[in-house]
Design a protein around this ligand. Structure first.
Ligand SMILES: *[C@@H]1O[C@H](CO)[C@@H](O)[C@H](O)[C@H]1NC(C)=O
Ligand SMILES: *[C@@H]1O[C@H](CO)[C@@H](O)[C@H](O)[C@H]1NC(C)=O
Ligand SMILES: *[C@@H]1O[C@H](CO)[C@@H](O)[C@H](O)[C@H]1NC(C)=O
Ligand SMILES: *[C@@H]1O[C@H](CO)[C@@H](O)[C@H](O)[C@H]1NC(C)=O
Ligand SMILES: *[C@@H]1O[C@H](CO)[C@@H](O)[C@H](O)[C@H]1NC(C)=O
Ligand SMILES: *[C@@H]1O[C@H](CO)[C@@H](O)[C@H](O)[C@H]1NC(C)=O
Length: 800
């Protein structure tokens, strides 16, 4: 579709209830119309087309919705303005090859594609494809007659193309209108993204925009940065003029909002008028100022905080035409509306300045790319919608000689002060450095190199056309060749562990950096889902107690996750090994307990998502070289809504011994089931023995029961690992045991949250008395069926 400016139509976001049916097909033919109650389902069952009623309304609409995503949001509506009031609707292809929608009145269509084609005797079909595009085409020639992607409603889907008319677009920008009023603009394209959305251009780990130029069109398209990852994603404009980008994984319960536009009040188009500039204030100050050399057009309106009339050249000022004028740099801004700017993509900034200066109506100039390395934009006339923006560019505003004096004087004074400050800092730095040299010479200690620079990586050849991420992504895609070289072609000697999904290998990159490669076996379907889950989750998480992911590798059949390599392997190799356990004194064990607790707390409430790990256990806690614990393995993790207390699943996954009773037996999991697993882990660290991993009455199957019995007898300190000797602070150990028992209480509601656990660990406060724990090892035969047992051990890896 081609718009000179603007593309997104506003309408109220509708939440829809979709009826369920069982026909699965994606094509509409002349002989097979769709009646209210039928539907088309795209390949892979990503999208469906049919009749629906939004919310509580009884009106019927024809639309396309996400079929398997949470809430099944509608992405396109045919008859948005002409609902059908009953269930008589029929969508069909008529003799003129148009898609037509009839209601009760069979003579006059309610909606039609309204195309004009030559009549011939070829077959016309309408197919709902897996991108969510309804395409009307001629079967024999595959000539496309019409498509829903060319007639969008409120949703911009991946692979959809928004076009701009090349002839009028000096520098393409996206515009959002509210009615007829310009509401928001994206900023110009700076080579890697839209300059007014800096977070989206360079740093977004999920979405990726691209701009295409050719002789007759300019169009923008977006997609997922990692096409191998199966995430639903969409951009929606809602009724208040807000654009939301959101994603959801199949296993998610809801859509995760990645960003909202406009960003803030300063993002509203023309907030400070022509030649004005907007800067968000944290206090009560007014956001608007004028650009250098300008003053408010209407001081009275301005004082009433209305800046829409903008700014004018300061009163009584010198000419800016060949009268000694120059340019003043305004830093970190979203450059003004470039609709009428002149763009020369190859000019240097210096040449840009020269050309601007030479034409008296040129008011400002700036670079096209953020680093001012290539490209020149020049404005002739009004400078509209300039704002201060983190990650913004420099704008060079033409000012008269008088103003220049003012700025130069200002900077001259500033410079004098700056020189003094620098001199002072340098002196003190020298003194400091000398002192340090002296100390260093005496203590010639060894220091570990902390060089953690990322390896050079190449994009995977399988990346789709949207993936222009190159090296500016913070989530690199490794090349398969690099990984093969690093792991010596996945040699057995480099294998660190094995699980149901595949193996983990140690690798060494060319820059000497050590990595751990989790390679999914090609045939494990379940593993692939876990892989995608893991990528989509971990890409969003960062915490010192979570294992750091360096990137992934998706190439043909191969799917791999690349992690930092942690030389000390996992916690179970320490706490269940007599020799190694003896190096863990109480102080170290307490630090590990606190680190794990903080990591889980981050997952539960401090990260942007609420994540339930579902498989916390000693073998999933890795230790770095300072024995700092890092939670790993998010293959089972689930994102839940912030307000969601518990979730029910038909597939119980996890590891016996660490599973809370309600999860193991009823499939109900919540943050409290993670708390339970943490409690088991905590007690294992103190005792140095494993809780029962199978449900037979093995020797250690009753660890928790044993602790509980001793607790009630008042002899609980007997359980403490003998290898700790006598040197530990008994009060702190006792407190930890009590916290452990509180975490494994039978009823989830009795267990503390991780926030409380972290607080209790860090403070000396009176603790409640624990109630009887759940002894799930004795009840396990009532679990959801024996066939789920295989699933429960698939994450076993013995270190990396
Ligand atoms: C289509 O129509 C043309 C003439 O209009 C005829 O020659 C041709 O045989 C027809 N083809 C089919 C498949 O009916
Ligand atoms: C991109 O991410 C880095 C590190 O996470 C951060 O320092 C930087 O400010 C981000 N840039 C933008 C434009 O958000
Ligand atoms: C649109 O989205 C914004 C931001 O997410 C929200 O504040 C507003 O209430 C939404 N408006 C409608 C009509 O849904
Ligand atoms: C604005 O923020 C700065 C830094 O965060 C702070 O020092 C200042 O007091 C704030 N001003 C107001 C008016 O809140
Ligand atoms: C701001 O001033 C303009 C005239 O310059 C006027 O049309 C507009 O209504 C005013 N806005 C408000 C909110 O008062
Ligand atoms: C200055 O630039 C404007 C806009 O490009 C153009 O219309 C005008 O002719 C130019 N003036 C001179 C003297 O080159």
């Amino acid at each position: 579709m081609y718009f000179t400016k603007g593309f997104l139509l506003l309408h109220t976001l509708l939440a829809f209830l979709i009826p369920q049916f069982d026909t699965l097909q994606d094509t509409l033919t002349i002989s097979k119309p769709i009646r209210d109650g039928d539907r088309l389902v795209s390949m892979r069952e990503t999208f469906a087309l049919g009749f629906f009623s939004p919310g509580e309304s009884t009106n019927r609409y024809v639309g396309i919705w996400f079929y398997k995503a949470p809430e099944q949001p509608v992405v396109w509506v045919a008859n948005r303005d002409n609902p059908i009031t009953d269930h008589s609707g029929v969508l069909s292809i008529d003799l003129h090859r148009n898609l037509v929608l009839y209601g009760e009145d069979k003579k006059q269509p309610i909606w039609s594609t309204n195309i004009i084609t030559k009549s011939n005797n070829k077959t016309t079909l309408a197919q709902l494809n897996q991108l969510g595009n309804l395409v009307l085409f001629i079967k024999e020639t595959t000539e496309v007659l019409w498509q829903s992607f060319d007639n969008p409603t409120d949703t911009f889907l991946p692979s959809m193309k928004l076009g701009l008319d090349r002839k009028t677009a000096s520098s393409p920008e996206l515009f959002l209108y509210k009615g007829n009023i310009l509401w928001w603009r994206s900023g110009h394209w700076n080579g890697i993204g839209w300059s007014g959305i800096p977070t989206l251009s360079s740093n977004d780990s999920v979405m990726n925009f691209n701009l295409f130029y050719n002789h007759y069109e300019t169009s923008t398209i977006w997609g997922l940065r990692y096409p191998g990852v199966s995430l639903f994603s969409r951009l929606v404009v809602n009724g208040s003029g807000s654009i939301q980008r959101s994603v959801s994984a199949i296993s998610d319960q809801e859509w995760d909002i990645l960003g909202t536009l406009p960003l803030d009040r300063c993002d509203n188009y023309g907030k400070c008028g022509a030649f004005g500039m907007c800067q968000v204030q944290n206090g009560t100050e007014f956001e608007c100022t004028c650009l250098p050399g300008f003053e408010p057009r209407s001081p009275s309106e301005w004082s009433a905080r209305n800046a829409t009339s903008g700014c004018v050249k300061k009163h009584g000022r010198a000419s800016v035409c060949k009268s000694g004028e120059e340019f003043v740099k305004v830093e970190h801004v979203k450059l003004p509306d470039s609709s009428f700017a002149r763009v020369d993509e190859k000019l240097s900034l210096k040449e840009c300045e020269r050309r601007c200066l030479e034409n008296c109506s040129c008011t400002a100039y700036g670079g096209v790319d953020a680093k001012e390395e290539v490209g020149c934009m020049r404005w002739y006339g009004e400078l509209m919608d300039t704002r201060v923006l983190d990650g913004g560019q420099n704008l060079y505003v033409r000012v008269d000689a008088f103003e220049l004096d003012h700025f130069k004087g200002f900077f001259a004074n500033k410079r004098r002060l700056a020189i003094m400050v620098v001199a002072l800092v340098v002196t003190s730095l020298l003194i400091f450095l000398c002192a340090k040299c002296l100390i260093k010479r005496k203590r010639k200690g060894k220091r570990l190199s902390t060089n953690s620079s990322l390896p050079n990586f190449e994009d995977s050849p399988s990346r789709s056309e949207f993936d222009g991420s190159k090296s500016n992504s913070n989530f690199p895609v490794f090349d398969l060749k690099t990984i093969i070289a690093a792991t010596d072609n996945f040699s057995a000697a480099n294998e660190l562990g094995k699980g149901g999904f595949g193996s983990v290998y140690k690798g060494l990159l060319q820059n000497r950096m050590e990595i751990a490669v989790k390679r999914l076996s090609k045939y494990s379907g379940q593993g692939v889902e876990q892989f995608k889950n893991e990528v989509s989750l971990i890409a969003k998480l960062q915490h010192r107690n979570l294992v750091r992911i360096l990137g992934c590798c998706i190439q043909a059949e191969e799917k791999m996750l690349i992690y930092e390599y942690l030389p000390n392997k996992s916690l179970d190799s320490f706490i269940f090994d007599e020799t190694k356990r003896s190096c863990l004194d109480w102080g170290k064990r307490f630090e590990i307990i606190c680190g794990i607790a903080r990591g889980i707390l981050y997952l539960h409430q401090d990260s942007r998502l609420r994540i339930i790990h579902r498989d916390l256990k000693a073998s999933n806690i890795l230790l770095d070289n300072t024995l700092n614990p890092k939670i790993s393995d998010f293959g089972m993790a689930r994102i839940v809504r912030g307000d969601q207390i518990e979730v029910n699943t038909n597939r119980v996954v996890g590891t016996y011994g660490y599973m809370s009773p309600e999860y193991a037996m009823q499939g109900i999991f919540s943050i409290k089931s993670d708390v339970y697993s943490f409690g088991v882990l905590l007690l294992e660290i103190i005792v140095g023995k494993k809780n029962g991993t199978h449900y037979h009455n093995g020797p250690s199957a009753y660890l928790i029961e044993h602790v509980w019995d001793l607790w009630r007898e008042g002899n609980v300190m007997e359980i403490v690992d003998a290898l700790l000797g006598e040197t530990y602070p008994a009060n702190e150990v006792l407190k930890c045991i009590q916290i452990g028992l509180l975490c494994v209480q039978e009823h989830a509601s009795d267990r503390p949250t991780m926030l409380t656990v972290v607080f209790m660990l860090g403070n000396d406060t009176p603790l409640p008395s624990p109630k009887q724990p759940a002894f799930i090892s004795t009840n396990i035969s009532t679990s959801k069926g024996a066939n789920s047992i295989n699933e429960m051990t698939i994450t076993k890896i013995d270190g990396r």
